[in-house]
Design a protein around this ligand. Structure first.
Ligand SMILES: [Zn+2]
Length: 188
């Protein structure tokens, strides 16, 4: 995807992932539709804090967490042992207002900030087409961009190894492994 951006073929990459792997792979123009797992936000004043800062605080105030900490999951959750002492666990709060902190990601059932949708829609309006790679579009936020593109006469092309929710509205679809398709593209 980073190569497609360098070649001026992609103006904006809209991702539902929160892990920043697209940026690590070299993409600069990325809309993190569902937020970023490397940030923490105050639900009250919306102050953004680096996740690492909170992680360091948690470890320093809860030294016992290391032995109980099993493994961080891709969605930012972590599994703790059954006998973990939750009552003694120290929870960080917002530096500014004392509010509750949460990862800066949109959880299941949460609402995506309107301005993020606007950014994606503006990019579609100024583009020739919408290219969907590696998504079944079962999550409405992604599918809504396909509906928007269709409503505004923008062709939709999908590369996905399986059916997608937007199949009835595509101009062209290629059903294959996206990694292979993109690798072959970079070799040509
Ligand atoms: Zn706050």
């Amino acid at each position: 995807m980073a190569l497609l951006e360098i070649q001026n073929k992609v103006s904006l990459l809209i991702t539902q992932n929160v892990d920043r792997l697209h940026q690590k792979a070299g993409s600069n123009s990325v809309l993190d539709l569902h937020g970023r797992i490397d940030k923490v936000i105050c639900v009250n004043c919306k102050l953004l804090i680096a996740r690492q800062e909170i992680q360091d605080w948690l470890i320093s105030k809860n030294p016992e967490i290391k032995s109980d900490y099993l493994e961080a999951k891709p969605d930012g959750d972590a599994s703790l042992s059954q006998d973990f002492n939750y009552t003694a666990f120290k929870i960080p709060s917002c530096h500014k207002c004392g509010g509750i902190l949460k990862p800066d990601v949109v959880f299941f059932g949460g609402t995506i900030p309107k301005e993020r949708y606007e950014l994606g829609r503006e990019a579609i309006l100024s583009s020739d087409a919408l290219l969907v790679i590696g998504s079944s579009l079962q999550v409405y936020s992604g599918y809504s961009f396909c509906r928007f593109a269709k409503d505004h006469g923008k062709p939709i092309v999908i590369l996905n190894d399986g059916p997608t929710r937007a199949d009835p509205m595509v101009l062209f679809k290629c059903e294959d492994d996206c990694q292979i398709l993109l690798r072959d593209y970079t070799l040509t």
